[in-house]
Design a protein around this ligand. Structure first.
Ligand code: EPZ
Length: 421
């Protein structure tokens, strides 16, 4: 099992380029099931979750021709002849985003059977809102032996209101509604950039979607969808992670091939904390040292609020800030697993329900630590970059799910980091 070995103390300096967004690539790959024609996706991130979902599509009968070596990072996917509508447990258990095949399979094949995704480190992660939406579209939903079955001869457009903002729930229902009869309106829809990116692909395939990126999305059903070519948006969470890495090491880091507008909440919060972030052009931002790092409260919210996927990284930063920062995690019920490991490095953090109270500035000491989930892994890397001495992070298979070659990117910025098998 791979480990990362990091020696802290050096400010990061230089330029890093952001990879394609994992959380956009996943629904985009699932959307390829909606057509018999070939869909070509570019700027795919070479991370494990992408390979896992491409593997699931092949189990379902789709063909995927991928080229991760060329700069284009291309995958041409053709779901012309599907041989199954079942997403098996052994695949779904490794990646809950496999539930994203439910909507496309239901719309195209009239049925789907997907292993219920278990919970994960950050919460129980139910999919009740997905299933309630499918029922609204006329599907029959049942479950047995850990699987959920959805079936409908032809989906009927409907008004769907989400009790909670759900990113993959919005994506699943938007995909299903593209082939439903009549109009579907999604209310209290997620507004993440990944939703808009998916709508761009679906419309290029012939769908008729309006309002993506707002709380109300309207989909006019069509008879069929065709092929398309689409470039995946940059990963805003990777970009945000590098912003925090530059800030915590008091470095000077230029982040290229990003979308600054997707980073507004992070840039605003860093500015409040005394860390200047400049936009250099429409795809580049630069973080550089400020006079001092000031503790700032933070509350995670659905987009355009501060993303929950950046909460752990921000917590590492706040251990180095002067004062007390109260971090409120509104999205997931158990997303403070990284606190225990930060405490072992010398942080002063108290968890009280949905809030973590971080007292800074506390010097951190290198230690042997365990990653518990994808973003907690990133948080521990940031802490290790400023810790005194060497840190060994174990179980970094979590990290490899969503960050492409992060140790190479950090080495190029001057970090002392290496991977050990
Ligand atoms: C997506 O997960 C992301 N994953 C997550 O990123 C991200 O943290 C999350 O959105 C929130 O932004 C992908 O896009 C593949 P939700 P998702 O449905 O869609 C509750 C990462 O690190 N809920 O928006 O599963 C749920 O329990 C990952 O890249 C229900 O109760 O999240 C949570 O409390 C981690 N019932 C809240 O809503 C449902 O049917 C938001 O969840 C659906 C969700």
């Amino acid at each position: 099992m791979d480990k990362l070995i990091i020696s802290g103390g050096r400010p990061l300096e230089g330029r890093v380029e952001v990879s394609g967004a994992k959380n956009s690539a996943l629904p985009l790959i699932a959307a390829c099931l909606l057509t018999r024609d070939t869909v070509t996706l570019e700027n795919l991130p070479a991370v494990r979750d992408i390979r896992t979902l491409l593997g699931l599509l092949q189990v379902l009968g789709a063909e995927a021709d991928t080229d991760f070596s060329s700069p284009a990072r291309r995958a041409s996917i053709c779901a012309d002849r599907l041989k199954s509508v079942v997403a098996p447990y052994d695949l779904v258990k490794t990646m809950r985003a496999s539930v994203l095949v439910l909507g496309p399979l239901l719309a195209r094949e009239g049925k789907a059977r997907v292993s219920m995704p278990g919970g994960c480190a950050i919460g129980t992660r139910p999919i009740n809102l997905h299933l309630k939406g499918f029922e609204k579209l006329g599907a029959r939903v049942s479950s047995d032996h850990g699987y959920v079955d959805v079936a409908a001869p032809r989906l009927q457009g409907a008004e769907i209101y989400f009790d909670m903002v759900t990113v993959t729930g919005t994506e699943n229902l938007m995909m299903a509604a593209t082939l439903a009869e009549g109009q579907t309106v999604l209310r209290n829809a997620a507004q993440e950039p990944e939703i808009t990116d998916l709508a761009h692909l679906l419309n290029a395939m012939g769908a008729r979607i309006q309002g993506a990126g707002t709380p109300v999305i309207t989909i006019q059903g069509v008879e069929r969808l065709g092929g398309a070519r689409h470039r995946i948006i940059p990963d805003r969470i990777e970009a945000g992670t590098f912003l925090m890495a530059g800030a915590i090491t008091r470095g000077d880091v230029v982040i290229g091939r990003c979308v600054p507008a997707h980073l507004s909440a992070f840039i605003q919060k860093l500015s409040e904390a005394g860390v200047p972030v400049d936009q250099l052009d429409e795809t580049t931002v630069r973080v550089r040292p400020g006079s001092r790092l000031q503790a700032c409260d933070m509350i995670t919210q659905p987009y355009p609020g501060f993303a929950t996927d950046m909460q752990a990284q921000y917590m590492s930063l706040m251990t180095q800030a002067d004062g007390v920062a109260v971090l409120t995690e509104n999205i997931f019920e158990n997303r403070f697993m990284h606190v225990g490991e930060l405490l072992r490095m010398g942080a002063d953090i108290k968890v009280d329900g949905r809030q973590a109270i971080v007292r800074g500035k506390t010097p951190l000491a290198g230690a042997n630590v365990l990653a518990s989930d994808l973003r907690a892994s990133a948080c521990l890397i940031l802490a290790a970059l400023v810790a005194d001495g060497e840190t060994c992070i174990d179980r970094i298979y979590h990290l490899d799910r969503g960050y492409e070659r992060i140790e190479e990117k950090l080495q190029a910025l001057g970090a002392t980091i290496s991977r050990k098998a």
